[in-house]
Write a protein that binds this ligand. Structure first.
Ligand code: SF4
Length: 226
């Protein structure tokens, strides 16, 4: 879209501060089942599943963790096996050498620095090897301690298409969203954007004609007839 059309489209749909409420409410109605798709029972399993989910699908992670979590129950279990064995056990999730090294490093830090418990604060979570801000935000939010907004590829794409940010960098996008979105909605926004991004606002072929946000989205391909 040429810059002049972008400006015109933004003017047509109105200010983002006025649109964010309807955006969230409409998505909540359209995707009442939106939630984390990773399977876990404990804080440790949540951390491991989230670390393994980089560059792969939740379905693949759930397949791998089904057997992984039966064999690895405590941080010490990850430290007790040779690196090559752990690599083999998570191989299907891709980039398994890096992930296995990160898992070992994170488990060592949990044992040595956090008394064997997964920390809750974002600042502490991001001190674990292999845990970036996105992973830390997911882990904190799922434990009811939301401290930021998860920005993954879907949240980034939808935030841009909906005109909620002009940035491309996840950190800058998160800041824009934090300024715009009421804090009580920080936890549910990523789930809603992720599910809408998978089902409707897909990367290559957004289904604007079926989208509940078409009339308030500057990137909509559905033209108003009025
Ligand atoms: S109208 Fe189109 S571009 Fe906008 S959110 Fe919906 S599917 Fe995405």
């Amino acid at each position: 879209m040429a810059p002049s059309y972008v400006h015109e489209a933004r003017r047509r749909v109105g200010r983002r501060a006025a649109r964010i409420g309807p955006i969230l409410e409409r998505l909540a109605s359209a995707h009442p089942d939106a939630g984390i798709a990773l399977r876990f029972r404990t804080d440790l399993e949540l951390l491991v599943a989230t670390m393994l989910s980089a560059q792969t699908t939740d379905v693949t992670v759930n397949r791998v963790t089904g057997s992984l979590f039966r064999a690895y129950r405590r941080p010490e279990d990850y430290l007790a096996v040779p690196l090559e064995r752990l690599e083999e056990d998570i191989r299907a999730t891709g980039t398994y050498r890096q992930k296995a090294r990160n898992l070992k490093g994170a488990m060592r830090a949990i044992v040595e620095d956090f008394g064997g418990e997964v920390p809750l604060e974002l600042e502490e979570l991001t001190r674990l090897p292999g845990v970036g801000r996105k992973t830390a935000n997911v882990v904190a939010a799922e434990r009811g301690a939301v401290q930021g907004i998860v920005v993954d590829t879907h949240v980034r794409r939808l935030s841009q298409r909906l005109g909620l940010t002009r940035h491309d960098d996840p950190g800058r996008i998160e800041l824009d969203l934090q300024r715009l979105v009421p804090r009580e909605d920080w936890g549910r926004l990523p789930h809603l954007f992720i599910w809408h991004g998978r089902r409707v606002c897909r990367a290559r072929a957004p289904a604007c004609a079926e989208c509940v946000l078409a009339d308030i989205c500057p990137a909509s391909r559905v033209r108003s007839v009025s």
